[in-house]
Design a protein. Structure first.
Length: 736
């Protein structure tokens, strides 16, 4: 038994259509007429025979439903219980009435129904008998309820609108050779030819001249002020310059055009000298600022958000973008300023700040809240500082720097250097392997500044806090804390460092270091101590060239001690009862009898000058060795493997035979015969003819960095392979 059949559309009809209304509907399936639905249905079966179910008869009768079949297929009308009442053929209708006892539907059918007198949906009310009466009934009587067509309104709608939002009614080309003036007498706006301005008499007080500026703005100027009225004196400059006679005036907008604005809603077609008509891009604004030919000009970025551009800040241009993020390179010329919220490099291999130039009396300044280079294998943030003449000053400030793998947070590596660079940062985060916080590799550069923290984040390796790598470079830095694998690395140059918290190794010796090591470093001129009456000083210094940081510890024991030195003495070893001192020679008995001494080389004992003992190993070597690279040959063929041996020379070389090496080329973990660890460096050359056709595999290594390798013929690489007791590591370094 089917109690209720409805599709979604029928349900909508029941819910939304008012009673005693007509429903036009195309059926897509069985259709149920609800008791509260409208009572007239014009139904199209939709290309297939359909069932329509009458509602349940209500006791008391009085229900009436009319159904029209407007389609080409039959409609089977059934009771709510599914019993067939009648079938409506195409273009036929039936009226259904329930009897008073509330049990039966009665009906009569009219076949071949004429629907021509019905309003058709497709005609959209165009087939009403009297359109005027229909409009009146809808409250749309023309002339009373709605405006009739007017040709003048069409003309107004077709008027051209100027850039200032004005429509040209009767004035032609006003911004070419006209200004508009408000005439109080005529109570209207009148055009005045520019050529006639010099012949105008003094206008009455209260009249205004409307000036159409180059930016598309209409500006109102009180005429009473033009000939030298209150607030304006002869020769005053600003928007208006008044002549001595008061008869001629010109307009000078230079006070407004020293600033070029940028916003996300702007357009590079705008001049940009007004905030409400800004440029869209910073680059276009810089070009416009340069064109102003002012001594100094500013580019002001009004909106926050990202601006992806590579910029060159020309001399004496200020970039003020404290809420904006710049993604791209920034090159700064003499006397420039740049203030940013965030600054990121745009791509790998490209630093954020590429040039920073200063000159006599024109210090350049750069500030960004955040410089973030994480994820990019490049020198990032600030780079390549130089000046056009010596003795100049630059200022660099950044709240937070994130230094990527192999990158430098603050780097000076240019052709010529400043007198000095002021540098300040709150935090420099070393976020990748081989990251360096501050690097100077430039001659005659002096970096002076303050950093709150230089810290590793994550677990990078081989990080350096400060690196000084030029003999004439100086770095004077005050820091709160430095945590890196190497706190500093000084290969050349001078470092003056004050930092209470240092964590990491140190390479080289700073001129001054005041830190948590409780060690104060001074220049080689020494530490001077005044004598007992302060008349002279005793200077303690060293003439040694140390290869690493050394410590001299003086132990007095629990008591006062006195060291008396009457002659030059050399103390080079432990002379205590438990010590093992070494001497150049020891005479046993008479000096010409039996003398033990050092032989022809370290580790060799000589008796009476004759070498006795040679030590071949198991000793601390103070010198190095040279050798000949081991030739591993040419690797060719399919599916080849090269296994370096640590038993050979640790420096080796092989050639990959171009297109003749195919399949998978495996660079295996080095063998360590007789031990459990070792390291080799193999120079690999892509030789032969054509590119190497094999795919490199380092599957045997615990960890491998092979992305630097490519198959290009003639390219060379270093394969650095390390085998430890339990692990192995391979790194490929490109040599071109």
């Amino acid at each position: 038994m089917r109690n209720r059949i409805e599709d979604a559309e029928a349900f909508k009809v029941r819910q939304t259509a008012p009673r005693y209304n007509t429903v036009n509907y195309t059926l897509t399936g069985p259709f149920v007429i609800s008791p509260d639905a409208p009572n007239v249905f014009m139904l199209d079966p939709g290309g297939a025979a359909r069932d329509v179910y009458l509602p349940v008869v209500v006791t008391g009768g009085g229900q009436e439903i009319t159904i029209y079949n407007t389609g080409t297929e039959d409609i089977s009308v059934r009771t709510a219980g599914g019993t067939l009442v009648t079938t409506l053929n195409t273009v036929s209708a039936a009226v259904f009435n329930s009897d008073p006892d509330g049990t039966t539907w009665h009906y009569f059918i009219s076949s071949n129904l004429d629907t021509s007198s019905f309003l058709q949906v497709a005609n959209n009310l165009s087939d009403v008998a009297d359109a005027a009466t229909a409009r009146d009934n809808l409250g749309l009587e023309i002339g009373a309820d709605v405006q009739a067509h007017d040709a003048d309104l069409d003309a107004i709608a077709a008027l051209t609108t100027t850039a200032a939002g004005l429509s040209t009614l009767t004035i032609t080309d006003p911004n070419a050779d006209r200004v508009l003036a408000w005439d109080d007498t005529a109570a209207t706006v009148v055009p005045i030819a520019l050529a006639d301005l010099t012949t105008e008499g003094a206008p009455a007080a209260g009249d205004y001249m409307l000036v159409y500026g180059a930016e598309g703005d209409l500006r109102k100027v009180n005429w009473s002020l033009l000939p030298g009225g209150a607030g304006v004196s002869d020769g005053d400059k600003g928007d208006i310059v008044v002549s001595g006679s008061g008869a001629v005036w010109t307009f000078d907008w230079t006070a407004l055009t020293s600033v070029v604005y940028v916003a996300k809603t702007g357009s590079d077609a705008n001049a940009g000298t007004l905030p409400h008509k800004p440029k869209l891009t910073i680059a276009a604004a810089i070009t416009a600022a340069v064109a102003l030919a002012a001594t100094k000009a500013a580019v002001v970025v009004l909106d926050a958000g990202q601006y992806t551009e590579n910029l060159t800040l020309s001399a004496n241009i200020f970039l003020h973008a404290p809420n904006a993020t710049l993604i791209g390179t920034l090159s700064m010329d003499v006397g420039t300023r740049a203030i940013l919220d965030r600054h990121y490099p745009a791509s790998s291999g490209t630093p954020a700040l590429t040039d920073f130039v200063t000159n006599s009396g024109e210090a350049s300044f750069y500030h960004a809240n955040i410089c973030d280079g994480r994820g990019l294998s490049s020198y990032i943030n600030v780079d390549n500082f130089r000046n056009s003449s010596s003795g100049r000053v630059g200022f660099v400030s950044c709240r937070q720097m994130f230094v990527t793998q192999g990158g430098n947070g603050f780097r000076d590596d240019a052709v010529s250097g400043f007198g000095h660079i002021h540098f300040h940062a709150e935090d420099i985060y070393l976020a990748g392997d081989n990251a360096v916080g501050i690097l100077t590799n430039n001659a005659n550069t002096y970096i002076i500044g303050y950093v709150d923290h230089i810290l590793e984040i994550g677990s990078p390796t081989t990080t350096i806090g400060i690196r000084v790598a030029n003999s004439s470079a100086k770095v004077a830095l005050t820091a709160g804390e430095i945590v890196a694998d190497e706190v500093y690395n000084i290969t050349n140059g001078e470092l003056y460092l004050t930092c209470p918290l240092l964590t990491g190794t140190r390479t080289g010796t700073p001129v001054v270091e005041i830190s948590n090591r409780s060690i104060h470093s001074f220049a080689n001129t020494g530490l001077s101590i005044l004598d007992s009456d302060s008349s002279h000083a005793l200077t303690i210094t060293t003439s040694s060239n140390l290869t690493a940081a050394r410590t001299l510890t003086i132990v007095t024991g629990d008591g006062s001690r006195t060291l008396t030195i009457n002659n030059n003495s050399t103390i080079g070893q432990d002379y205590s009862a438990t010590g093992s001192p070494q001497f150049a020679g020891v005479n046993l008995g008479h000096a010409t009898n039996t003398t033990l001494g050092q032989g022809s080389a370290a580790g060799i004992i000589a008796v009476e000058g004759v070498d006795q003992v040679k030590v071949n190993g198991n000793q601390n070597l103070s010198g190095g060795f040279t050798g000949t690279s081991f030739a591993g040959g040419t690797v060719t063929g399919a599916g080849q493997t090269y296994t370096p041996s640590c038993a050979n020379v640790s420096i080796q070389h092989i050639t990959l035979n171009g297109s003749s090496l195919t399949g998978t080329f495996t660079f295996a973990v080095p063998t360590v015969t007789g031990g459990d660890c070792g390291q080799v460096i193999v120079e690999v050359t892509n030789g032969g003819t054509g590119a190497v056709a094999a795919t490199l595999s380092a599957s045997g290594y615990t960890y491998a960095l092979t992305s630097a390798y490519n198959t290009t013929n003639g390219n060379k690489f270093l394969f650095i392979a390390t085998k430890t007791k339990n692990y192995s590591y391979l790194q490929v370094v490109a040599l071109q």
